[in-house]
Design a binder for this molecule. Sequence first.
Ligand SMILES: CC(=O)SCCNC(=O)CCNC(=O)[C@H](O)C(C)(C)COP(=O)(O)OP(=O)(O)OC[C@H]1O[C@@H](n2cnc3c(N)ncnc32)[C@H](O)[C@@H]1OP(=O)(O)O
Ligand SMILES: CC(C)C(=O)C(=O)O
Length: 503
Amino acid sequence: MRKIYIFDTTLRDGEQSPGVNLNTREKLEIAYQLEKLGVDRIEAGFPAASPGDLASVNAVARAIKQSTVIGLSRSRVQDIDAVREALKGAADPCIHLFLATSPIHRKYKLKMEKEQVLETAQAAIRYARKYFSKVEFSCEDAGRTEIEFLCEMTEMAISEGVSVVNIPDTVGFLYPHEYGNIFKTLKEKVPNIEKIQLSAHCHDDLGMATANSLAAILGGADQIEGTVNGIGERAGNTAIEEVAMALETRSEFFGAKTSLALSEISRTSRLVSRLTGMVVPGNKAIVGANAFAHESGIHQDGMLKEKTTYEIMSPETIGLKESKLVLGKHSGRHAFREKLIDLGYTLDEERLNLAFAKFKELADKKKDVSDGDLLAIVEERLIDTPEFFSLETIYVSYGNEMIPSAKVRIVTVDGDVLEREAEGNGSVDALYNAIDKAVGEEVTLSDYSIKSVSHGKDAQGEVHVVLTQNEISVQGRGVSTDILEASARAYVDALNRLIETRG
Ligand SMILES: CC(=O)SCCNC(=O)CCNC(=O)[C@H](O)C(C)(C)COP(=O)(O)OP(=O)(O)OC[C@H]1O[C@@H](n2cnc3c(N)ncnc32)[C@H](O)[C@@H]1OP(=O)(O)O
Ligand SMILES: CC(C)C(=O)C(=O)O
């Protein structure tokens, strides 16, 4: 199987993401993790950019032993000298030179003719080669460069002894077949092309970075440049985890693989996200929080029967523990039953159906139904309590400058509808007075407590009450996303128990 080299530029192009600024300690932490991930090459920074970046690249160069450490440089002596300084002490140093080759960049940015571009690059490579045995040369904006000129530049770079020629789609302009064809053409037309490695470096401006990188591999590229989580200038770079997993998952198609330790992908992604402050979107391929999460009933049912129905790769491969079945309003009974079993509850069909109905009701109100919410549902002993009274509706009127009042509608076991209104010292007191009037019971509220069973503003509140009548004391429990409703439910639950206990 052909090996694809991974050139990681999280610490250079990734750091070019607006708002990202990594200090030496942070760069080192990421570099160590990249080494563990098994990337072949680490571009640690742009030493001429600032003394701080030079120092960081030097720290990485001295620390990293398994991966080649690279510094970026314009085709200028002062930049090359900065990389020489920065890579002192590196086990396997490499300089990465670049010069733009496209007509737009030649005319407006560099103000150079083709010939000057060729000569400037040649002079820079010659100077760099005096100090570095490994030189990579990039034709910046290769994607918009005339193919003949790209062949000429590549031929020159090979004759000057570079090890890698990089063909960047700097502005993320190309479509996969166009980008792949550039590699095919270079392979066919440039003499001695087998002496070097060809590299692909893509940007995601049109959402094509990974597809283009894979097309480059099919066209003959030996190396893929990219970043962890796809961070980088503008819309970002190729996400290396996407390329590695695409090659792994479709190895029969590509006949190529990286040598990344795939089980380190998830950890590396989290580290880079934490240190750069760039949050990984939930739906991001491979490393997004939802990449291995299934919410809808039909998918969850398939997953429970056979994971490959809805997963083309397993979360364990990238170092995650397991797929997630997320319970929400699209979930079905299979996943619900399974989740309850995980939580230690095996319900018979009738109870399961009751609990499932309550769950669906809750899922309509809440975005995420947590384990705490589910426990609240199954432990709600309403399921066990005979329903002498069942609470249908409540209305509460409250303002800090008015007397709170409440109206309740309760249906008895015989189907009688009891509707009453009352006032109180507070909303809960008004509710309880209205319920007392409706059911015609005289009870004392001996205890009332409330707690949240999950997190967030839409968390469920769980209310516990103790009611006393003569010598009898009973408990009641109610759960709802609304604490007044939870309070009313707990009270009615306790009343039902009271009547059951009284016999
Ligand atoms: C496609 C990429 O991602 S390339 C890497 C981009 N990364 C960065 O630019 C980050 C680091 N950059 C920096 O800190 C600064 O730009 C520096 C220190 C490199 C240069 O700063 P300054 O000297 O102030 O120049 P400034 O950035 O304004 O302009 C760039 C100059 O380099 C020239 N230049 C651009 N690319 C190259 C190149 N590959 N080789 C030689 N010269 C180049 C430009 O034509 C311009 O030259 P001019 O001043 O003669 O017009
Ligand atoms: C320096 C080069 C490789 C680059 O970052 C680009 O062209 O995007």
